[in-house]
Design a binder for this molecule. Sequence first.
Ligand SMILES: NC(=O)c1ccc[n+]([C@@H]2O[C@H](COP(=O)([O-])OP(=O)(O)OC[C@H]3O[C@@H](n4cnc5c(N)ncnc54)[C@H](OP(=O)(O)O)[C@@H]3O)[C@@H](O)[C@H]2O)c1
Length: 262
Amino acid sequence: MELHLQGRSAIIMGGSRGLGLAIARSLAREGVRPCLLARDENRLRQAAHDLAAESGITPHWYAVDFSEPNSVQTCLNALRDIVPETDIIIGNGGGPPLGPATACDPALWQKETATMLLPVMQMTDQYLPGMRQRQFGRIIMVSSTSIVEPIPNLVLSSALRSALASWGKTLAREVAHDGVTVNTLLPGRFETDRITSLNAIRAEKAGIPLSEFRRQKEDGIPIGRYGQPEELGHMATFLASPLAAYITGTCIPVDGGLLHGF
Ligand SMILES: NC(=O)c1ccc[n+]([C@@H]2O[C@H](COP(=O)([O-])OP(=O)(O)OC[C@H]3O[C@@H](n4cnc5c(N)ncnc54)[C@H](OP(=O)(O)O)[C@@H]3O)[C@@H](O)[C@H]2O)c1
């Protein structure tokens, strides 16, 4: 299938590894020039180098820690020179820490709200006027199945992602006439660094070996295995393409059948 993405550009937040890098890779294979954002400069440099070797497209990259105050504005100022316009924004990043709903730490909620919500919203604000003018734009957020079925002891993730998805749904209606679509992907469990470290914490807490914990988790996924990051990359790339012009305001699970409801 020809996706008609050749020559487009994308900003991939959290693009140096895991799901973000898989999306960048999949887009680059279709001729999209990505700009990777993340904290670790060495990892960004390596990811950009590998991507260029694979796809023949040299990505831009910029190191930023979105949990730092004022980092978003500094990043946006820098991006004005590096990527003056873009067609695709992938709203992705690191996840928040584990924790229950019973113990509310206001400072932590404020910090995570600023880190998880504001960068995507402000990034969109910067590039939306150009997208609307060109009558083409794609805002794709990497969220979680937890917005449909909250995951125990992960309240920050479930609650704040729900807020971001709701913002996306509202935005989708506002820009639908201008060729801009806004969609939210709901990954289930994918083989990435984040899942490996979360599983290690949970296995230790449960007092069982990591391999046993993982087997139990895989048993709970109807397809019987974790997803490979490129399987999310394919979906994001399709949504980014002109072929997906009629899909907007959606939340799409990519979860091997994990969710019980629709
Ligand atoms: N993997 C899954 O199964 C799964 C399932 C549901 C939801 N999710 C969510 O999907 C997102 C991506 O997951 P993943 O598994 O790919 O995570 P990951 O492997 O930890 O990758 C996260 C990416 O975000 C960057 N990042 C982290 N904190 C950042 C910050 N403060 N500022 C800027 N960049 C930052 C990381 O690079 P640096 O560390 O260098 O900054 C990296 O590029 C996460 O929000 C995760 O919670 C994942």
